[in-house]
Design a protein around this ligand. Structure first.
Ligand code: GLN
Length: 312
């Protein structure tokens, strides 16, 4: 629908000039991003794309990977068994918080913050690190519909500086929440975060979740439909870290952000939406990304963001 495309173009021009926020630099490789990058993509379940800006620019998926790896763990373990290892409770704390890891907590709070994500990744099955990585890459490929690759520079950059995540893994090991070998789990976690995607890819991945787990472009199933509800629930309650409540209030659809500047959101049964712009606010969410989603939820598309028919 021309109206949607025109609206996206308006938003792009309106927000392109915003230079608030900062590039993530605690992973040194991320500080090399161009702060001007900005792309918006909507992919509908009948395979149409509405896009503007740098939608073909590759970047590392970072925390958005947690959504898909959680889906994989649900398939590998089943809901109840996984729930005993990783909870589904929002923390209200930053994504990299260590605060709630103590003797009394039996498991990390949820799979969308780093502690829970590292524990979830440590559960992925496979006979050795290469098999686990290959299983994970195949899973991402089903969502994207193309081959995916790990950006080795970003992987190495995080592996050699990720002391906080390493500390978290050691604490969880000490409390009996995860098992050895934790270095392998951390490597796999850093690799999943360094998977390269484009804004368009992320919108297709979100559209796959909107389509009960079937990629709307390739027709291939990426995840069992019985797991999609659980994935979307944790996205909705925990996906935007300590901004999750405000996001639910302001935008109102399941979403996940990452420190490289992506935000991916799912409109069940209708579309996937992704925005990429690397300047981040204090919560680690893309500044322009938030603006775009707030505007989308106000537009007459607002109806569709809240589950009404989009009529695209
Ligand atoms: N790889 C990043 C980390 O663990 C992902 C964090 C994020 O995107 N919020 O710190």
């Amino acid at each position: 629908m021309a109206q949607v495309q025109t609206f996206l173009e308006q938003l792009y021009h309106e927000f392109k000039g915003i230079t608030d926020g900062k590039l993530a630099s605690y992973i040194p490789e991320l500080a090399r991003a161009d702060p001007g990058w900005f792309g918006i993509s909507i992919v509908t379940l009948d395979g149409r794309s509405f896009e503007v800006g740098d939608v073909a620019q590759k970047f590392t998926i970072q925390s958005i990977s947690k959504v898909f790896v959680y889906g994989m763990a649900l398939e590998d373990y089943g809901r109840e068994k996984l729930l005993r290892k990783v909870g589904v409770e929002p923390t209200g704390d930053p994504f990299n918080s260590l605060i709630r890891l103590d003797e009394d907590s039996k498991r990390p709070d949820n799979p969308m913050v780093n502690a829970g994500a590292i524990a979830t990744t440590g559960l992925i099955t496979g006979s050795d690190p290469a098999e686990r990585l290959n299983r994970m890459l195949s899973m991402f490929e089903r969502y994207v519909g193309n081959e995916v690759f790990v950006d080795v520079s970003t992987f190495m950059s995080e592996k050699t500086t990720g002391h906080r995540n390493r500390a978290m893994a050691h604490l969880m090991l000490n409390f009996g929440m995860i098992e050895q070998p934790i270095e392998e789990a951390l490597d796999l976690y850093f690799q999943q975060c360094a998977v390269l995607v484009t804004t368009h890819d992320l919108a297709v991945m979100a559209a796959t979740l909107a389509n009960q787990g079937v990629n709307p472009i390739t027709g291939q199933r990426a995840v069992g439909s019985e797991h999609v509800r659980d994935i979307l629930s944790v996205m909705y309650t925990c996906g935007m870290y300590n901004f999750a409540g405000e996001w639910a209030f302001r935008v109102g659809i399941p979403a996940k952000s990452g420190v490289s500047g992506g935000i991916m959101a799912v409109v069940p049964n209708q579309a996937g939406i992704a925005v990429f712009s690397p300047l981040l606010d204090g919560h680690g969410n893309s500044v322009r990304g938030l603006k775009v989603f707030e505007a989308l939820s106000r537009f007459e598309l607002g109806g569709f963001l809240r589950g009404h028919q989009l009529g695209l």
